[in-house]
Design a protein around this ligand. Structure first.
Ligand code: GLU
Length: 300
């Protein structure tokens, strides 16, 4: 069994990231599994190299370790290109010329997570229209999803299913600036890194069906999934990078690593009181049955 950390180095980690990292690590280590680290630094607009080093120092500070060398997505473009080509050869890929405004107009907002479902209009352009539009702008590249329902059993959220055409729609695999999309990179990398258990926040639950389908098309094994409840800000919003007071740099001024780990472990119902603990001490206490399923506010 192999689990993974997959942080996006777009800023300092916040309490929500620590929560996911701690539980992903405990899930893997308590099963005697390996743990790999992948820095999801594909988006040059959001990610900075200096944050990669910071993420690793922060994980180490918490007492979380990983096996082998970290993998940087920004260095794996060639591997994503090959997977993209495989999908292209199978006829799944088409260029999408829609501007942001057109894309929104061509989408219905009825996905479970509030994201939009693209109606696929660029998939049916005639050759001449396509040629004409290519002269005007460079396209993004979408994958055409089939009429298919993907069902899986999440370790925490139970049965989850999605009708790819209706709930998800054709999605982007490569942006118009050439950057490969998260959905493609994550599937290719989980496969290449031998990841067999994906533990992450439930904000990514609705990405799992797309990823499972891509795994099927690319002939990659399906890992098991555990989508964790999210930590909420006191006003009920999801925690975001802009909640600076819950950023690790700030937290480190007030708490030691065992104090933070203990509070997270208490929120995970692994210990009865929010006392200091190291990740290693928590390994024998971890079990999926104990974990909460609903999003919650963590009062430190
Ligand atoms: N890089 C993503 C994030 O930090 C996580 C992706 C994943 O776990 O699949 O939100």
């Amino acid at each position: 069994m192999t689990g993974r950390f997959a942080p996006s180095p777009s800023g300092r980690m916040h309490l929500g990231n620590l929560w996911s990292c701690l539980l992903a690590w405990l899930a893997a280590r308590s099963a005697g599994g390996g743990m790999v680290l992948r820095l999801e630094d594909l988006d040059p607009d959001r990610c900075r190299p200096e944050y990669c080093g910071q993420v690793m120092r922060d994980l180490e500070w918490l007492g979380l370790d990983w096996d082998g060398a970290p993998v940087y997505q920004s260095r794996r473009t060639e591997v994503y290109r090959q997977a993209f080509q495989t999908l292209e050869q199978q006829g799944f890929i088409y260029p999408c010329f829609c501007t942001r405004a057109e894309r929104l107009a061509a989408s219905a907002p009825h996905r479970s997570d509030g994201a939009s479902v693209y109606d696929g209009r660029c998939g049916w352009l005639a050759e001449e229209e396509r040629a004409e539009l290519s002269r005007q702008r460079s396209p993004a590249w979408r994958v055409r999803v089939p009429e298919k329902t993907i069902t899986f059993c999440d370790l925490l959220q139970g049965k989850y299913e999605e009708d790819l055409k209706q709930d998800c729609g054709d999605f982007i695999l490569r942006r118009s600036d050439g950057v490969f999309a998260y959905q493609l990179a994550v599937v290719v990398d989980d496969g290449a890194m031998g990841v067999s258990q994906v533990v992450r926040g439930s904000d990514l639950l609705s990405s799992a069906p797309r990823q499972i389908w891509l795994q099927e098309v690319l002939g990659l094994p399906r890992p098991e999934y555990g989508h964790l409840p999210l930590l909420l800000a006191p006003d009920g919003r999801r925690l975001a990078k802009r909640d600076r007071d819950l950023e690790l740099g700030r937290l480190q001024k007030e708490y030691t690593a065992p104090e933070l780990v203990g509070r997270l472990a208490h929120a995970a119902h692994l210990i009865d009181r929010p006392e200091g603990a190291t990740p290693r001490e928590l390994i024998p206490l971890f079990s999926w049955e104990k974990l909460p399923k609903d999003d919650f506010v963590l009062q430190l």
